[in-house]
Design a protein around this ligand. Structure first.
Ligand code: G4P
Length: 523
């Protein structure tokens, strides 16, 4: 039996971030397939086939054919115990997507090599960068003609400001894609193999140990020359800089044709960190090896089973061993709660979990006790983890109850959903009309759906579109005369003043006119 520390060290908890359609789902499927968690790569999300394997919990998911839930997938590979946290993209992009990144120790960034870095990837990358976690890049779809590999590396530097280290280099692309020169493992991996060996080792001078007809092509010579150039003049491989996210190892490959995925997985697992310590609200941190169980709630999913009005609080375990039936204290509530019902999340089912370790994610059935950001502790000690950041919303609606008689339930529902972190609450200055803010459109739809189903209130929402949101350091110097046709002033749920600008241009115009007003945005 392995000891506790060894078991913790075998855990790897990460998320895959990407812009929609870059290949996140395909990659996830391939990884689960290698881990033996699914039989056919193709069961995670059947967007077009209408299969819903990971989660069909919410009605809204079925209606729209998307996965709202950022589910957790677990599998074993070699001696590693892997947790992949799904970060929803597409229209289901929401604050949950960002918050999921608070619960991982590393991120894999999928880039469509025909498109380079796209907008949603930038936002997700910024959250990872803020946390200083390692980011591994997979340049996907090499089986298609894309941008030049050098252009893709430049793109990483220019758009994201992160230095790349090419772990491998492609030989040709699209129809001429022959494979990769795997710098890190010192071998060539061939894309087209019929019965023969897939790998050709390189000798100490970087030359292939056997000849292959593919080596007669100009693409091969070009790729070899480039690798030589990279060895001489490229960024150096530096584990420490990878660990803190300053240098990103870049892998070229194709998730769909399953090329380079296994090599990627194996290399990634070598460098992705085991569960990391977590900072406390006050000074200090909690090490994963501490005996006492602790964790924090990064997501609350309501109504997973429409027959029961249950909620599930997702806990990232920070330290100690979780055991079913244990009692935890929640410092915010100053209360002890027995955790009788817990679930762990697998590729296509929810399973009851009896024990879990740092790095793992467990779901706690909740009847309304927990809030996002809560700390749960197994013993008697009282401490709280550093709070999760609040994210700057970009979309706003005004909202009211269709039936004024329902205003009590309306306010109760809103307040509970706001506490849960499902949506952000704002109000207009004098008329105190309720406004909601979100980072993704789906948050409004989920809100509407849940108000109806859980609080029995039909709401009407009036979109006021996307805004550039800024808080104010020196609120006392602000007057409502400062607003104009392209800006408005509202209050957030803590009664802080917030400017909503029509666009970046309106923001700059304001700053020019009122240079003494110090504006800031959240993450
Ligand atoms: P996402 O989760 O990041 O949104 O992307 P997803 O994996 O769903 O992939 C988006 C599309 O890109 C899919 O095609 C998928 O088959 C394709 N794709 C993923 N990896 C590769 C690759 O390495 N090479 C090529 N050529 N295509 C790739 P689709 O037709 O839009 O959807 P589907 O019908 O396959 O679901």
């Amino acid at each position: 039996m392995k000891n506790f520390k060894q078991q913790v060290d075998q855990r790897r908890t990460f998320a895959i971030i990407s812009h929609p359609d870059a290949g996140k789902t395909t990659m996830t499927e391939k990884l689960l397939y290698f881990g033996g968690a699914i039989r056919d790569a193709g069961t995670v999300k059947g967007k077009k086939t209408g299969k819903f394997a990971t989660s069909d919990w919410m009605e809204i998911e079925k209606q729209r054919g998307i996965s709202v839930t950022s589910s957790v997938m677990q599998f074993q590979y070699d001696d590693k115990h892997i947790n992949i946290l799904d970060t929803p993209g597409h229209e289901d992009f929401s604050e949950d997507t960002y918050r999921t990144l608070m619960a991982v120790d590393a991120a894999v960034m999928m880039v469509d090599s025909a498109k380079g870095i796209e907008p949603q990837t930038i936002k997700l990358f910024e959250v990872c960068r803020m946390r200083g976690i390692p980011i591994f890049t997979f340049m996907n779809k090499l089986d298609r003609q894309g941008l030049e590999p050098f252009e893709l590396l430049e793109n990483l530097e220019e758009v994201l400001g992160v230095e790349p280290y090419a772990m491998n280099w492609p030989i040709g692309m699209g129809k001429e894609f022959e494979g990769i020169i795997d710098r890190f493992n010192g071998r060539i991996e061939k894309a087209r193999v019929e019965g023969e060996e897939r790998f050709i080792p390189l000798d100490e001078n970087g030359e292939p140990t056997t000849h292959d007809p593919m080596m007669d092509s100009s693409y091969f010579t070009q790729a070899m020359d480039t690798v030589e150039l990279l060895d001489e003049a490229g960024n150096e491989f530096d584990e420490e800089r990878i660990a803190n996210g300053q240098l990103t190892p870049v892998f070229f490959g194709s998730a769909l044709t399953n090329f380079g995925v296994q090599t990627f997985l194996e290399t990634f697992l070598q460098f992705a960190p085991p569960p990391q310590p977590r900072a406390l609200k006050e000074d200090g941190e909690i090490s994963p090896y501490e005996e006492e169980f602790s964790g924090f709630i990064f997501k609350i999913q309501a109504n997973m089973d429409p027959r029961h009005r249950d909620r599930i609080a997702f806990v990232r375990i920070v330290s100690g061993m979780f055991e079913r039936g244990m009692t935890v204290n929640v410092p915010r509530l100053d209360k002890s709660i027995k955790l009788a019902q817990t679930t762990q999340f697998l590729a296509d089912d929810r399973e009851t979990v009896n024990t879990a370790l740092p790095g793992d994610i467990i779901g706690l059935y909740d009847t309304g006790n927990f809030q996002i950001g809560d700390t749960v502790i197994g013993g008697k000690r009282k401490f709280e983890f550093a709070p999760l950041p609040q994210f700057t919303p970009e979309l706003f609606v005004k909202v009211s109850a269709k039936n004024v008689m329902k205003s009590k339930q309306f306010h109760k529902g809103i307040m509970q959903l706001v506490q849960e972190g499902a949506i952000q609450y704002y109000k207009t200055l004098y008329t105190e009309e309720v406004m909601l803010g979100a980072v993704g459109q789906l948050q409004f739809e989920v809100f509407e759906h849940r108000m109806k189903n859980e609080y029995n209130v039909d709401v009407q929402m009036q979109p006021i579109g996307s805004k550039v949101t800024r808080w104010i350091e020196n609120e006392e110097d602000v007057t409502d005369k400062m607003t104009g046709p392209r800006s408005m002033l509202v209050k957030d749920r803590y009664d802080q003043l917030v400017f909503l600008f029509e666009n970046e241009f309106a923001l700059r115009w304001f700053q020019d006119k009122h240079p003494d007003i110090r504006l800031y945005s959240l993450l």
